[in-house]
Design a protein around this ligand. Structure first.
Ligand SMILES: *[C@@H]1O[C@H](CO)[C@@H](O)[C@H](O)[C@H]1NC(C)=O
Ligand SMILES: *[C@@H]1O[C@H](CO)[C@@H](O)[C@H](O)[C@H]1NC(C)=O
Length: 378
């Protein structure tokens, strides 16, 4: 392989040759990736303590972003966020509710108001530039939430929905057979190349949303698909875990833990969202067991997403430890230093509508500036 020969040809002396051999022997992209995960896991207690408790309602100055990973239970959260925005009169950018479903990025800043709540398939690095463009040069720290789902279930759901069910619902031919009926060689070849009617594949959704590589559909689909990993793979993983570290994390398959996290960090959402009533969109396609080969191929192509998911499980547990009060005292001080009325709101009772409680609404001046910008609250 010509790519392989290059470092050896360039090594003009024996020590250089030995060094380059040692370098290639000691670090594979897989071990580098595991090291990246370990480094972010080590920072988890600190990053969980630093999560901004979003006890106040979101506002244009302190917006809230839900990053909807496709086929991970986000549709129900988006509906709940829309309900919040209507009930509490907060400006919202929620594709499928306040703008077209096909909108994946916030509108150009100069033609639009700020939004208090954003929820969609946003590419986070792009969205962060949008959030940072506030004219003062200061980047505001938005609260954010990400929900993840285990890899094989997510890919199966993506495949059966995007390639089979959705085209049929548009009166088109399915783009592929149902996943359990695809032969492993064909699956291996088509996972990086097949695209939904919206132009996305099913590999590496967490990297698609949370890393810069995600803006390049061709690259994100192939990060770990070939004989060798893409040179972008480890850096993209590092970036995605860094982004995830800034957000509250919940998991589709851990409803009880998910609700505890939402009640703790986003009490205003907890009154509108209940994952125990959430019906996962299993779709109309039959659910049949996948072969071990098919599962292995999915995990190979999504080796980075697998690591992001494993990290998310660790993060969810760290968040629960903070809520349970089993993180070191520094973690508790953040809560006890809150004003009393906010502490009272910290664990809203089930069934209490936030609108009826004392949570703060956006100030009149914010509402006024939206009105001046011609924006209607929904
Ligand atoms: C999948 O395809 C890649 C390259 O396209 C190849 O290197 C790999 O061996 C294939 N894996 C399987 C299980 O067929
Ligand atoms: C937190 O407490 C709940 C019960 O209150 C328990 O089920 C859970 O395992 C605890 N989690 C951690 C990470 O301490």
């Amino acid at each position: 392989m010509p790519g392989r020969a290059l470092p050896f040809a360039a090594a003009s002396s024996l020590p250089a040759l030995v060094l380059s051999l040692l370098a290639t022997a000691s670090a594979t992209p897989q071990t580098d990736a595991d090291r990246v995960v370990a480094a972010w896991v080590a920072r988890l207690p600190a990053s969980v303590r630093q999560l901004p408790p979003l006890l106040d309602l979101p506002s244009a100055q302190h917006p809230f972003v839900f990053h909807h990973l496709r086929k991970a239970g986000g549709t129900t959260i988006r509906r709940a966020l829309y309900d919040v925005s209507r009930q509490l009169q907060l400006s919202a950018h929620i594709p499928c509710h306040t703008v077209a479903c096909t909108v994946y990025s916030p509108p150009p800043r100069d033609s639009s108001p700020r939004f208090a709540i954003l929820g969609g398939h946003y590419h986070r690095p792009t969205l962060q530039r949008w959030l940072g463009e506030d004219g003062s040069g200061a980047s505001r720290r938005a609260g954010c939430l990400v929900m993840l789902r285990s890899t094989v279930d997510r890919v199966r759901s993506c495949w059966n929905f995007r390639y089979v069910q959705e085209p049929m619902s548009f009166g088109l031919q399915p783009l592929a057979p149902r996943l359990h009926a695809v032969d492993p060689r064909a699956l291996n070849a088509s996972l990086p190349t097949l695209r939904s009617v919206h132009g996305e594949g099913c590999n590496n959704e967490a990297l698609r949303v949370l890393s810069s590589v995600g803006a390049d559909e061709e690259a994100v689909g192939r990060l770990t698909a070939g004989e060798e990993w893409s040179p972008l793979a480890v850096g993209a993983l590092d970036e995605a875990l860094g982004q995830l570290s800034q957000c509250a994390v919940v998991l589709l398959d851990r409803c009880g833990a998910t609700m505890r996290v939402i009640r703790h960090w986003m009490p205003w959402l907890a009154a509108y969202y209940d994952c125990s009533t959430q019906r996962v969109q299993v779709g109309t396609t039959a659910r049949a067991a996948l072969s071990a080969d098919a599962e292995r191929i999915i995990r190979t192509h999504n080796a980075l997403d697998e690591r992001v998911y494993a990290f998310a499980v660790r993060k969810l547990d760290a968040q629960l430890r903070l809520i349970n009060g089993t993180l070191p005292p520094a973690a508790k001080r953040a809560v006890s230093s809150l004003p009393l009325d906010e502490r009272a709101e910290h664990r809203p009772r089930q069934g209490v509508r936030v609108a009826a409680s004392g949570l703060r609404r956006p100030s009149a001046s914010v509402a006024g500036s939206h009105a001046r910008a011609g924006f209607r609250f929904r």
